[in-house]
Design a protein around this ligand. Structure first.
Ligand SMILES: [Cu+2]
Length: 110
């Protein structure tokens, strides 16, 4: 009869250890940053500023993110800029961390 309280105490201590172990393991994975959101968009390249790594894009409505407008988007990977010219119609993916926006992928559409 005395075993039950001790046993349940041991079990709850074990559970806490397991939970802590789980959260530590989660922090060590390479899972995408949950603070970054991605949106798909359509637009036309208005201007390219290579020195500041900006693509000025006249884009359509980006559902849940922003209305149609012309604005500069940063790109961080040179591959995004490669082969792109002013006047190109593009489909692109924009990432946002709530402060900065940047294009992560872009393809020219006809
Ligand atoms: Cu915009």
């Amino acid at each position: 009869m005395h075993f039950h309280p001790i046993l349940s105490r041991l079990l709850s201590v074990t559970s806490v250890v397991v939970l802590v172990g789980c959260s530590e393991a989660t922090n060590q994975t390479d899972a995408p940053d949950p603070a970054i959101s991605y949106y798909e968009a359509e637009g036309r390249i208005v201007r390219i500023l290579d020195n500041s790594r900006l693509l000025q894009i006249n884009h359509g409505v980006i559902e849940g993110f922003m209305p149609a407008m012309t604005m500069p988007f940063e790109y961080r990977d040179e591959a995004v800029r490669k082969g792109v010219s002013v006047g190109d119609s593009v489909h692109f993916t924009v990432a946002t961390d709530g402060t900065f926006n940047w294009v992560t992928a872009l393809r020219i559409v006809q």
